[in-house]
Write a protein that binds this ligand. Structure first.
Ligand code: FAD
Length: 230
C-alpha cells in the first residue's frame, strides 16, 4: 500500500542465499506497491550484537555496579544511547511493518539479530512497565518473522523430532514482538530450502511474493498460548 513504511531486519552473510533472495523479493514487491522500504543488513553493517557499557555515552548512574538494563533505560531517557542504536530505533519508530528475515539457528534467530533486539528494543522505547503486550510501546505496528529452516516440515510437526514449529515461535513472537506491543502476522516459513528441488525453491519465493501483494489486508494472529500450544 502506497505510503506505508517497511523495515526489513535481515541477517544472512550471503546475498545469493535463500534468505538473500527472500529479502530481495520483499524489497522489490513492497517498493512496487509504493511502500518505502529500509533494510538493516546486519552482517553487512557489521552490527554490534553485544550489550555492553559502550552503549551508554557519558557517565553511568552507578559505575560501581553495572546494570545494563537500568543504565540503558536511563540513557534512552537522557538521549545518551550510542549512535548505532539511535539510528535503528528511528527506523523502527517510522515503520508500519517490521519484517525479520533470517535462517533458523538453534531453534531461534542468529545471534546478530538477537543482539540487535537486545540493544534496540530498550525499556522506555519499546516497552515499559506496565506498558507491555497489548499496551507495549510499539503498538499499532506489525511484525512478521520470515525464516528458513534446515529441518523439513515433518520434523517440525507435533509428531516430528523437533515438535511443532509454533513452540519455537512463542519466545520470538510472544516474548519479544507481542511483549513490545507489535501485532504479529502469520510467519513466513521456508522449510529446508537446501534439501528441496530447485522447482520447490522457486515456488517458495513465488508464494512469498504473492503473499506480499495482499499483506496489508491480513489480520494479525491471536497471540495467545492457544495459538502456540493447542
Ligand atoms: C549455527 C546454525 C544453527 C542452526 N540451527 C538450526 C536449527 O535449530 N533448526 C534447523 O532446522 N536448522 C538449523 N540450521 C540450518 C539453517 O537454518 C539452514 O541452513 C538455513 O535456514 C538455510 O537457509 P539459507 O538461506 O542459508 O540457505 P542457502 O543454502 O543459502 O539456500 C538454499 C539453496 O537455495 C538456493 N537459492 C538461493 N536463491 C535462490 C533463488 N532465487 N532461486 C532458486 N534457488 C535459490 C541457494 O543457491 C541454495 O542452493 C542451523 C544452521 C546453523 C549454521
Amino acid at each position: 500500500m502506497a505510503g506505508k513504511k517497511v523495515l526489513i531486519v535481515y541477517a544472512h552473510q550471503e546475498p545469493k542465499s535463500m534468505n538473500g533472495s527472500l529479502k530481495t523479493i520483499a524489497v522489490e514487491e513492497l517498493s512496487k506497491q509504493g511502500c518505502s522500504v529500509t533494510v538493516s543488513d546486519l552482517y553487512e553493517m557489521q552490527f554490534e550484537p553485544r550489550a555492553t557499557r559502550k552503549d551508554i555515552i557519558g557517565d553511568l548512574q552507578n559505575p560501581g555496579q553495572f546494570n545494563y538494563g537500568t543504565e540503558l533505560s536511563k540513557a534512552w531517557e537522557m538521549g545518551c544511547l550510542s549512535e548505532d542504536v539511535i539510528v535503528e530505533q528511528k527506523k523502527v519508530k517510522e515503520a508500519d511493518l517490521v519484517i525479520f528475515q533470517f535462517p533458523l539457528y538453534w531453534f531461534s534467530m542468529p545471534a546478530i539479530m538477537k543482539g540487535w533486539l537486545d540493544r534496540v528494543f530498550v525499556q522506555g522505547f519499546a516497552h515499559d512497565f506496565p506498558q507491555c503486550f497489548d499496551s507495549g510501546l510499539l503498538k499499532n505496528k506489525l511484525a512478521l518473522l520470515s525464516f528458513t529452516t534446515g529441518g523439513d516440515k515433518g520434523m517440525y510437526s507435533k509428531e516430528g523430532d523437533s515438535g511443532d514449529i509454533r513452540y519455537l515461535l512463542w519466545p520470538m513472537q510472544h516474548g519479544i514482538m507481542h511483549f513490545c506491543g507489535f501485532s504479529v502476522l502469520t510467519p513466513q516459513i521456508c522449510f529446508a530450502p537446501e534439501s528441496v528441488t530447485e522447482e520447490d525453491r522457486v515456488q517458495m519465493l513465488t508464494s512469498w511474493a504473492k503473499r506480499l501483494k495482499t499483506i496489508w489486508e491480513e489480520k494479525p494472529i491471536n497471540c495467545t498460548p492457544e495459538w502456540y500450544f493447542k
